[in-house]
Design a protein. Structure first.
Length: 370
């Protein structure tokens, strides 16, 4: 573990010309599609190593991590069923098991008790105070007690519809309103995501599954609005989410997994508003469906000056999530202890060189080098 209160004794200076502090040690908790993508990216980085992996699924526990994530070689890291079986010392735990704070809470507490800093893809953790302020404060207290840091992040929430927006506001003298739109062709995404948005269902099936919670759609619009508002110190009256709307196919469309007949559900549309004095000052519009004619991420900030930013095609969710999680490792190690959001950390940036070059000297593991 990294103890952020203790002095560090090293015999070499962390410079671009050469650094050999100990590698950053990572534990993976949750080896699903996103966890596997993160693991494969970590293997391509230098200055960081995977020292443990946790997943209770019967088809994963007890196997070498390399086999589980589909790489061509054994990694010598056995996937275990629970955190207590790890028996390793690590600096960071990457947590990728759930979208919901109440489910993530006990898992993260356990990681904190092992002395791990935690980066989680849990969408509600990106700004947990509007979900359950008590749980959020408890996580902050646990993190401070164990002198480690927690961050919830991902591509969205975590970057496109919040952090990137916040960064763009830096060149504004005044802002009247913010409108963000993300449009994704779900046919280019994995099957799990296509099922999550109801692709291929009849309208009746879609409504039933939305009502029962079997289909969640995108989780995180409320968190993104709250994060933007907090960064700007806007005191919103409330955050309003419209009911999830199905997007019906007007022609037959297909992915590699699903054929959508005309009139069936191709995906969904979700809209949320940050309201102030009866007016929406922040609007987030999320669309994901098979057959989208154009993919893009759009940010319009009406103000002085007005900013219009468009990324086309939109940033790929899985690729972007893995990247921002891995790239956040140095930011988290450099941050003070406690529960943090993306607005609290150093400006996000890519880790392209040895990861140790991005970490402040005082936060390196307490190992004396010779």
């Amino acid at each position: 573990m990294v103890d952020k209160s203790d002095a560090v004794y090293c015999s070499k200076v962390n410079t671009m010309s050469g650094v050999r502090y100990p590698e950053v040690r990572v534990v993976l908790v949750g080896i699903g599609a996103i966890g596997s993508e993160i693991a494969r990216l970590l293997l391509r980085k230098t200055g960081v190593s995977i020292v443990g992996a946790v997943d209770p699924a019967p088809d994963k526990a007890g196997r070498d991590l390399g086999d589980v994530i589909g790489v061509s070689e054994k990694l010598g890291v056995m996937v275990v069923k629970n955190v207590d079986e790890l028996n390793v010392d690590a600096d960071v735990a990457i947590h990728a098991t759930t979208s919901f704070l109440d489910k993530a809470y006990p898992q993260i507490v356990e990681l904190l008790e092992h002395g791990f800093n935690v980066i989680s893809t849990c969408e509600e953790l990106s700004y947990p105070y509007i979900v359950d302020e008590g749980l959020a404060k408890s996580l902050d207290e646990f993190a401070r007690k164990h002198n480690v840091t927690i961050l919830g992040t991902g591509i969205n929430p975590g970057f496109i519809m919040d952090t990137l927006v916040i960064v763009l506001t830096a060149v504004c003298q005044d802002i009247r309103r913010i409108n963000v739109e993300r449009v994704m062709d779900a046919g280019r995404r994995r099957l799990q995501f296509q099922k999550k948005i109801g692709a291929g269902l009849t309208l009746e099936e879609f409504r039933k599954k939305i009502s029962s919670g079997e289909i969640t759609g995108h989780v995180g619009l409320r968190q993104s609005i709250a994060l933007i508002a907090d960064a700007l110190r806007w005191k919103l009256d409330r955050i309003v989410e419209e009911p999830v709307k199905p997007i019906l196919a007007d022609r037959e469309v297909a992915s590699s997994f699903i054929i959508v007949k005309p009139g069936s559900v191709a995906g969904l549309n979700q809209i949320a508003y940050g309201m102030y004095r009866g007016e929406p000052v922040i609007t987030l519009d999320f669309k994901a469906y098979i057959g989208a004619s154009e993919e893009y991420d759009s940010i319009i900030i009406e103000g002085i000056p007005t900013i219009r930013e468009k990324i086309s095609p939109c940033i790929h969710g899985d690729i972007g999530t893995a990247a921002i999680v891995v790239n956040s490792i140095p930011k988290v190690l450099n941050a003070p202890p406690g529960l943090k959001t993306m607005k609290d950390l150093q400006i996000p940036s890519a880790v392209l060189e040895d990861m140790r070059l991005y970490i402040d000297e005082k936060f390196h593991p307490r190992i004396r080098l010779t």
